[in-house]
Design a protein around this ligand. Structure first.
Ligand SMILES: [Zn+2]
Length: 97
């Protein structure tokens, strides 16, 4: 919903688009800043849009990566569990003589 308020220069009603931080008054041509809440909301949204890839990267690093590493660790553990006795048998066979 566009915000409508009075131009501080001439008092004419000025409509500020939702995504604008300021608008030029159609009556006196002065630059009218959008209400502070709207500017803050726009900046928060822009910051949020910038922060989003970092949040995704953070989630990937903090949650997904350890899960993958845990899986890799499990695979290594299985491999070690399988190779351990094989190596022990080989060492036992050749070490005994
Ligand atoms: Zn004006």
């Amino acid at each position: 919903m566009p915000e409508v308020f009075s131009c501080p220069q001439c008092g004419a009603p000025v409509q500020v688009p939702v995504e604008a931080e300021s608008v030029t008054c159609a009556f006196c041509g002065s630059q009218v800043p959008a209400p502070a809440e709207q500017v803050n909301a726009i900046r928060a949204r822009k910051l949020g849009a910038k922060a989003k890839p970092w949040i995704i990267a953070f989630i990937l690093v903090v949650f997904v990566l350890p899960t993958c590493l845990g899986l890799a660790g499990t695979l290594l553990g299985v491999a070690a569990g399988f190779l351990g006795p094989v190596i022990a048998i080989i060492v036992g066979l050749f070490g005994a003589s």
